[in-house]
Design a protein around this ligand. Structure first.
Ligand code: TGC
Ligand code: FAD
Length: 391
């Protein structure tokens, strides 16, 4: 009988297809070669090189589940494994891929017409163009239905006004998916628009001084009387459902991704505690330390198993709306706990950037917040269980 492995007790690797295993290995090799060497200095300098998008595109990491316009056409388990490997390095890089794939390429592919797909998808999938997704506003975070960004119908298109806040890639994007409501508040429709950087009246700004997700550029999108031609409206959206369907895909990727960050922290803490001598023996010889390691091993592996089951269900076209809220909520919560405990096990050294753990702790504060906070996902699950909305 094969000996049970402490790192993979539930035989997750054996439950992957050859193609999934190969994709995971390719992404891991890419990350170690291209991302890992500079991650500490990039984080310290808030530095993101836009050219990275072309590299992501060149190995099929953008819109990877799309099987046209240059997309790799992989399944959703492979997309999850990609997020897991990338977030081992830094949540910012996973965010770059999540936003471009789930929140920009996906809505154009799902709700766009063939001209829009032919025009926008090849450049977004190859990484020649960078995308952003504008839903949140200063007064509309957990409750996006309170948004104030409006569209007004003109004879030959629309005019948009408003400000989107806390938007990943806003300062560096070429393409902006913008969600807006009718300026006539009696008409309750929300529409999606594809804007381009060159549109008159569209401006962006950086949010400076973030202590978290520092490599990822975040900012505002300011829309001042922006004229948007009819051909830039996403024609096949179904109101809020369409917006949430994009979030579902991003939340699924995040659920795998945070386990990558947690896994890194776990292994760093394990190695450190095996080598650090205190009270004349390795830290790892103490029961309290071993309990922490056991908790990390358990939470990560249980969560990974649930991610794999969910990925398989998505690939079988099943509704996974509850699974995604459970995973987004649980995996972020457990991952930040693991990162904080790892930081604690490294003592003062855990505060140093070069040990990587403190960066993951800080990043996970963002990941826990965006795409529905822990409590918002609890309320979504509560609503679905009881049929009573608390919102
Ligand atoms: P509610 O009445 O619940 O729903 C309105 C309509 O939408 C449907 N729906 C969904 N459909 C598909 N998937 C889902 N997950 C869905 N959730 C809801 C629902 O059935 C309904 O359809 P219908 O036909 O009955 O009209 O709407 P609500 O206003 O009560 O919603 C409340 C709530 C809390 C669920 C929602 O507003 C929410 O999820 N808030 C969290 C906001 C959020 O996640 N924002 C994310 C912004 S993007 C971002 O953060 C990107 S970070 C990316 C990165 O850098 O990685
Ligand atoms: P709030 O909604 O003000 O919530 C504050 C607190 O109140 C939270 O703890 C929340 O759980 C709690 N709360 C809220 N409502 C309730 C309730 N009914 N009951 C109990 N507790 C409640 N958005 C985009 O559209 N596109 C992006 O690309 C994007 N990128 C982001 C990148 C970063 C780095 C960050 C930090 C955010 C990003 N966001 C983006 C925005 C993100 O989705 C929002 O921050 C998130 O939805 C939470 O909204 P908020 O910050 O306004 O918090």
């Amino acid at each position: 009988m094969k000996q049970n492995n402490w790192f993979d007790p539930f035989y997750i690797q054996e439950n992957l297809t050859e193609e999934e295993t190969q994709i995971q290995k390719n992404v891991r090799d890419f990350c170690n070669k291209e991302l890992r060497p500079n991650v500490v200095s990039n984080n310290l300098n808030n530095s993101f090189d836009k050219e990275l998008y072309k590299l992501f595109g060149s190995i099929g990491l953008l819109g990877q589940t799309v099987n046209s316009h240059g997309g790799a056409g992989t399944n959703f388990v492979s997309y999850g494994l990609t997020a897991y490997e990338i977030e081992k390095i830094d949540s910012s890089y996973r965010s770059s891929i999540s936003v471009q794939s789930s929140l920009v390429i996906n809505p154009i592919n799902s709700f766009g017409n063939s001209q829009q797909k032919d025009f926008f998808l090849p450049d977004l999938i190859s990484g020649k163009k960078i995308g952003s997704f504008g839903l949140t506003e200063s007064e509309a975070g957990s409750d996006p239905s309170s948004m104030q960004t409006t569209y007004k119908k003109l004879s030959n298109g629309y005019v948009l006004n408003g400000t989107k806040n806390w938007i990943t890639n806003a300062p560096i994007a070429d393409v902006f998916i913008i969600w807006a409501i009718n300026e006539n508040k009696n008409i309750k429709t929300v529409k999606g628009f594809i804007l381009e950087k060159k549109f008159k009246g569209l401006e962006t700004s950086y949010i400076n001084n973030k202590s978290s997700l520092k490599i990822s550029p975040t900012g505002q999108i300011i829309l001042n009387q922006v004229n948007v031609p009819e051909e830039n409206v996403l024609p096949n959206t179904d109101g809020w459902k369409s917006i949430f369907s994009c979030l579902n895909k991003a939340r699924y990727g995040i659920s795998w991704g945070v386990l990558g960050a947690a896994s890194e922290c776990w292994l760093i803490a394990k190695e450190y505690s095996e080598n650090r001598i205190m009270f004349k023996k390795p830290l790892a010889a103490n029961q309290l330390i071993q309990k922490k390691l056991a908790n990390m091993q358990s939470e990560i592996n249980i969560a990974l198993s649930a991610c794999l089951l969910t990925g398989r269900a998505i690939d079988e076209n099943k509704d996974v709306i509850n699974a995604i809220s459970i995973l987004k909520r649980n995996n972020c919560k457990k991952s930040i706990e693991i990162a904080r405990n790892s930081r604690d096990m490294l003592g003062a050294n855990g505060l140093l950037e070069e040990y990587h753990v403190i960066r993951h702790v800080m990043n996970l504060e963002t990941v826990k917040t965006y795409e529905g906070t822990e409590d918002i996902h609890a309320l979504i699950l509560g609503k679905n269980q009881t049929n009573i909305s608390s919102f």
